[in-house]
Design a protein around this ligand. Structure first.
Ligand SMILES: NC(=O)c1ccc[n+]([C@@H]2O[C@H](COP(=O)([O-])OP(=O)(O)OC[C@H]3O[C@@H](n4cnc5c(N)ncnc54)[C@H](O)[C@@H]3O)[C@@H](O)[C@H]2O)c1
Length: 254
């Protein structure tokens, strides 16, 4: 039986939650998340409380895992990413590179980019034993930035998510000879619990700009995003590595 580790899967309306549920159909699943209330929504998964932006907590969590065939890094966002703000809801106002605090920069980079680095490094020795797949989650924000005035995301987030694309390319080179594939998915605006919280105050204004500018005329679903991530974990995509795949209704081009 294979084992998958999924970070950021405990909130029931999250992309990671749907990924964990789907992967459970074919493998054992270990979830790393801070949101303990959500652990009961994943019966059958081994859930470990872990702040993935903290390298010591990541080392400890991975130290208790004996086998890893798949790693999916789903933790991310510009808010609800630390122990203190995990239930706080979106912050109001535009947060760009020139008006964010240093705390914002460190927290957002920590949860979106450093966390992927820590988890990939910790998982690498076990992945290399038999080969496997890593899927990282970036964002359309890395392609086009966050326009000034938009609320619910941030400039540091766009930069950190661009880093995730670079990390993916680099790691694919380093792990290719061990049969470990490393890919990235860059969602556009997806109707997770996170998006619903933003739309409560922003109407038709998504975190990356007006929703009406999405060429397909709608936001994406969690299921559409999770299906792509799970496909990248499996053998049907066995020659695909080092790439980022957009799932955004063509919105990066708008
Ligand atoms: N929803 C979208 O529109 C969208 C668009 C582009 C990219 N993404 C990316 O997709 C991923 C999933 O997004 P989502 O909308 O499902 O988010 P979400 O907020 O619904 O879920 C995030 C999960 O990560 C957990 N988490 C947050 N900080 C953590 C930390 N420091 N340590 C451990 N766990 C932590 C949360 O408890 C939650 O279970 C993120 O990387 C996000 O940036 C989402």
């Amino acid at each position: 039986m294979k084992t998958a580790v999924v970070t950021g899967a405990a909130k029931p309306e999250s992309i990671g939650h749907e990924v964990a549920i789907r992967l459970q159909r074919e493998m054992d699943v270990v979830v790393l998340d801070l949101f303990e209330e959500g652990f009961s929504s994943l019966p059958g998964a081994k859930c470990i409380k872990c702040d993935v932006s903290d390298p010591a907590e990541v080392e400890k969590a991975f130290g208790s895992i004996r086998q890893i065939d798949v790693l999916v890094n789903c933790v991310g966002g510009s808010w609800e990413i630390t122990k203190d703000d995990l239930r706080a809801g979106p912050r109001r106002g535009f947060r760009g590179l020139t008006n964010c605090s240093l705390e914002d920069w460190n927290a957002i980079r920590g949860a979106n980019l450093d966390s992927v680095f820590y988890c990939c490094r910790a998982a690498a020795p076990l992945l290399k034993k038999q080969g496997g797949a890593v899927v990282n989650v970036s964002s359309v924000a890395a392609r086009k930035g966050i326009p000034p005035g938009a609320e619910g995301s941030s400039g540091p987030y766009a930069v950190a998510k661009a880093g995730v694309m670079g990390l993916t390319r680099q790691l694919a080179l380093e792990l290719g000879e061990f049969g470990v594939r490393v890919n990235c998915v860059a969602p556009g605006v997806i109707a997770s619990g996170r998006l619903k919280k933003v739309l409560k105050f922003s109407g038709d204004q998504g975190p990356e700009g007006p929703l009406k500018q999405i060429p397909m005329g709608r936001v994406g679903t969690v299921a559409e995003t999770a299906a792509l991530i799970v496909a990248l974990c499996g053998d049907d995509t066995s020659y695909l590595t080092g790439v980022t795949i957009d799932v955004n209704g063509a919105s990066y081009a708008a």
